[in-house]
Structure formats: C-alpha cells, structure tokens
Design a protein around this ligand. Structure first.
Ligand SMILES: Cc1cc2nc3c(=O)[nH]c(=O)nc-3n(C[C@H](O)[C@H](O)[C@H](O)COP(=O)(O)OP(=O)(O)OC[C@H]3O[C@@H](n4cnc5c(N)ncnc54)[C@H](O)[C@@H]3O)c2cc1C
Length: 122
C-alpha cells in the first residue's frame, strides 16, 4: 500500500550551502511514467558537477533543466487520468495508436541536456 502513493514530494529549494537534494527527495510527481531512477542519476551528476565547480548554487538551475520535462508530462498525465473516461480510455488508445505511445515514452526517456549536465557527463 505504501508503494501506491500519493508519491508527490515538493521542495522549495534544492541547495543549502554544500548540501544538494537529489532524486525523489528533491521533488517528485508520480511513478506513473517510470523514470524516477534516470532522473535521480541526472540530479546526482548535476550536483557533483556543481560542487566540483565550486558553485553548488548552480545545481538549482541544472536541477530544473533535468526535471521540468518529466514534471510537466507526468503532472499532465496524473491530472488527465483523474477523469474516469480518460483513465479507462488510455490503454485502449495507446494500443490503437502505438506510434504516439512510443513517441511519448521516448520523450520521457530522452536524457536531459544542457550546459551544466553536459559538463557533468564529461
Ligand atoms: C510503485 C513504484 C514503481 C516505480 N517504478 C519505477 C520504474 O519502473 N522506473 C523508474 O525509474 N522508477 C520507478 N519508480 C521510482 C523510483 O523507485 C524512485 O524514483 C527512486 O527509487 C528514487 O530514488 P531515491 O534514491 O531518490 O529515493 P529512494 O529510493 O526512496 O531512497 C531513499 C533511501 O533513503 C532511506 N532513508 C529514508 N529516511 C532515512 C533516514 N532518516 N536515514 C537513513 N536513510 C533514510 C530510505 O530507506 C531509502 O532507502 C517507482 C516507484 C514506485 C513507488
């Protein structure tokens, strides 16, 4: 039952001094779209890059860059599936339009990019 949610976590800030929040603790919408682990890894890379560069505050911006697409898409999906008709129709619609489903899944799985995260990958 604890794995059933609601899983939402809100945070006002991700950085305090040299402490950075990453993963679910830094802000989480829902497990519905299944990319929490990739997101946590992206946060960790960005946090390490910011700390190693001597500017932990920069992590706040790279956190948003890594997170906004997931947050927007997952929030939209969670809100849309509150409506019974949408919830019941989602799986049949995905089966009818597999290309749309694949495009949506690929969009979620696409790694976050940006100067800060590129630096972290190096
Ligand atoms: C039902 C469900 C299905 C999911 N499916 C997927 C999926 O298919 N793919 C995917 O990528 N993600 C999935 N997720 C999301 C994914 O599990 C999380 O995003 C990910 O585990 C977050 O990692 P984390 O390290 O931030 O937090 P956690 O994995 O929650 O790790 C936090 C750790 O801190 C420990 N802890 C807490 N408080 C303290 C304390 N005071 N002192 C010491 N330790 C403490 C906890 O015991 C825990 O081990 C799913 C989640 C759920 C609930």
């Amino acid at each position: 039952m604890r794995g059933a949610g609601p899983l939402r976590q809100r945070s006002r800030r991700r950085v305090a001094g040299r402490v950075c929040l990453a993963g679910d603790a830094s802000g989480y919408v829902d497990a519905l779209t299944g990319e929490g682990i990739a997101l946590g890894m992206a946060h960790a890379r960005a946090a390490v890059a910011a700390i190693a560069a001597g500017s932990p505050q920069a992590y706040e911006r790279s956190w948003w860059r890594a997170t906004w697409r997931y947050a927007m898409l997952t929030h939209t999906l969670v809100e849309a599936t509150r409506v019974g008709l949408v919830r019941r129709g989602l799986v049949p619609a995905a089966a009818t339009l597999p290309r749309v489903l694949v495009a949506a899944v690929n969009e979620l799985a696409r790694p976050a990019t940006g100067p800060d995260l590129e630096g972290a990958r190096r």
